[in-house]
Design a protein around this ligand. Sequence first.
Ligand SMILES: NC(=O)c1ccc[n+]([C@@H]2O[C@H](COP(=O)([O-])OP(=O)(O)OC[C@H]3O[C@@H](n4cnc5c(N)ncnc54)[C@H](OP(=O)(O)O)[C@@H]3O)[C@@H](O)[C@H]2O)c1
Length: 380
Amino acid sequence: MTQKRVAIAGSSGSIGVQTIDVVLAEPDKYVVSALAVGSSADIVIQQARQLRPELVVVANDECRVQVAQALPGVTVTGTLSDVVDVADVVINGVVGFAGLSVTLETLRSGKTLGLANKESLIAAGPLVQPLRSTPGAQLVPVDSEHCALHQCLRSSFDAGAEVARLVLTASGGPFRGRSAESLQSVTVDEALNHPTWKMGPKITIDSSTLMNKGLEVIEAHELYGTSYDNIDVVVHPQSVVHSMVEFTDGSTIAQLSMPDMRLPIGYALGYPQRISTPFGRIDWNTLSRLDFEAPDRNTFRCLDLAYAAGRLGGTAPAALSAANEVIVDAFLDGRMKWSAIAQHLENVLNRFIATTPTSVDDVLAADAEGRALAQEELSR
Ligand SMILES: NC(=O)c1ccc[n+]([C@@H]2O[C@H](COP(=O)([O-])OP(=O)(O)OC[C@H]3O[C@@H](n4cnc5c(N)ncnc54)[C@H](OP(=O)(O)O)[C@@H]3O)[C@@H](O)[C@H]2O)c1
């Protein structure tokens, strides 16, 4: 059997490292053909020595020189989308808007895209959509919720007509159950202390504000074409039910597994088949309960801000997502309080005028404006 060539964009990150784990679990089926990072030179050098990819991409100029010197015989470039040329499947685990080029190029090339980089779909949904119909192109979401929805929707004869609503589950993050008042002075460490998932810092902060769930609502709308009125969020602290689809006859189908991102990564690598290595198997003897509750939309206002940006459509999600990156950075650097995140983002959204993007430049302009408005908020 020929091995599938896997390119890992963002190989030094949480998704990237777990992708390597899955590939190594099934060495007869998968081989790493390309690795890409921003500036983590030491990590990518060590990964490349172990995995022997054809290509390594390093965005940062100085780090690229260091990597090229350490890896004689390996092609080392600075253009992220180069990874697509040497792959059958691309896992896009880059954080932030930087991941957009990989998303676009993979679909344009008619290849399978395992998409973890949620920002590219959220910011550039209108540009990504038409590329999904490129012959051979396949977008398989690498996010526990969207992977769950993908699996539930496969059970439908006609998802367009039979789906009543999508229900995204949310762990609730580290501050679930807390009042707005008690969250006035939380620290970065407290916000980074996610109860069920070990992820990169940006998405972990987004989980603490429920912005992550809000961005996932926009992503679900883009992925499955479901209207915002038919996408709901329910808090489920155990993170075992990863999301559900309710059908027109009242039936709900859910996907369950223990929290382990290697399952959605393996699902994307193997699609349309399933891989044979189990990740996140449930031990029904120890799983004692599954709880569900409504999200506290007054304390965690970012959830509804994302719904609002999604309903505005066009460039609004791009601006919100970009502003959120700036604001989250500022919080992580200790330049602002966690409790001010939602207000800053609401002010940005109120000042931003959404248009319909027709090119990457339009999305870049919205991204830049979102960032500039967020900086203005921070310097007030
Ligand atoms: N982690 C999860 O469980 C999870 C779940 C669902 C969705 N996601 C989504 O997946 C994406 C990645 O998340 P993560 O948690 O894995 O983030 P992470 O741990 O912070 O890793 C981010 C990766 O992106 C790379 N990167 C950043 N800028 C780059 C650039 N300009 N060019 C090339 N590579 C660049 C980083 O390289 P350096 O190390 O060199 O900076 C790193 O490898 C995010 O969009 C996140 O929302 C993650």
